[in-house]
Design a protein around this ligand. Sequence first.
Ligand code: AMP
Length: 400
Amino acid sequence: MALKFITDESFKTNVKDKKVLARFDFNVPMDKNDPTKIADPTRIDEALETIQAILELKPKKLVLMSHFGRPKGKVDPQYSLEPVAKYLAEKLGQEVLLTETALDRGIKILLNLNESKIILLQNLRFHPEEEANDRDFARTLSTYGDLFVFDAFGAAHRKHASTYEINAFFKNTAYGGLLLKREIEALDKIVKNPAKPFVAIVGGAKVSDKIKIIEMLLVSVDKLLIGGAMAYPFLKAQGREIGNSLCSEEDVLLARKILGTPGKGKIVLPSDHIVSATFGGIPEEVGQANIPDGKIGLDIGPSTLQNFTDYLRPAKTVLWNGPMGLFENPNYAKGTLGIARVLASLDAFTLVGGGDSVNAVKMSGLSDKMSHISTGGGASLEYIENGSLPGIQALKFGID
Ligand code: AMP
């Protein structure tokens, strides 16, 4: 069975005067100093195209739903979708009515009124049934729509009531949105026959979170460049000195396991570093792979950046996940920004996935030079590991 999108004729011809229930990922980061202000609206902006495409087809109602933060199954005003409703109304130039809860009895009445075309359900995670993938909760949500649209790529790796179980109630009436379509098309260029040479760059902090993707990537990549705090467990496993750099014993064991696989020859590790005596303190260059006692590695050094650049130049497909250092501090951002600049200059398919590398690319001002920036960190990694996601499988094949 093929996955149907809202571009499908069966959607276009059916939607007029119908109620459309649509699941998005509006889980945007908020401003730390002003909790009513959205710090980065990218996820909402990316959903607008789908919302507008549905509205153009003149449905009777468009009921939007999303999770927001981690309220742990309880009503918590801190996680109200109110700022999202305001932002959407501004962008769409139309009223967006926020319900009191997703199970509000008034919703049924609202659905039959002529006014208020766009309704946003309050945070789904105010109800413990959402994360429990509860069938009755999914059934209630399903009564708000004749057709279902799923565009929450960033939540597609979750088996929750609104991402998974809900498909039990929309047999042949469930469609993917335009963001989901873009994400799948881009990720398939990595997962299915990537153009060669294929080079992956993995950075960030936790080996344990990324071990599966590294093992998977070692099968298909030509080179795997490892930077950031990810590199130290590998260097230590090779018998190098790493000073006081971030590294757990558990991660060294995982790194040792990877270095024992046939793909180990594809791994490229840093050969020099930017270090400091204290976390984020005065930077010093160390022109060798070993980090002296008492020093903390906080960025890749210039020779490593050059070496990584040389491997990237001929690449036709590049996947980047995780920064090369403590890039939030400008003293340790050169490696990460350097990689962003190299990717921007390549004639290749470049995909950036994972929260922090996306932030780094935004910081570099080079976002529009990348072929694709994934909106879902965890979701994009799981897609690459498994070739699909539960929310996409359920949408494609339905569930009983
Ligand atoms: P992750 O979520 O695993 O991609 O990790 C991203 C975080 O790792 C960012 O906040 C970086 O500042 C941090 N990071 C990257 N390299 C280092 C390093 N060498 N030392 C400490 N933190 C680092």
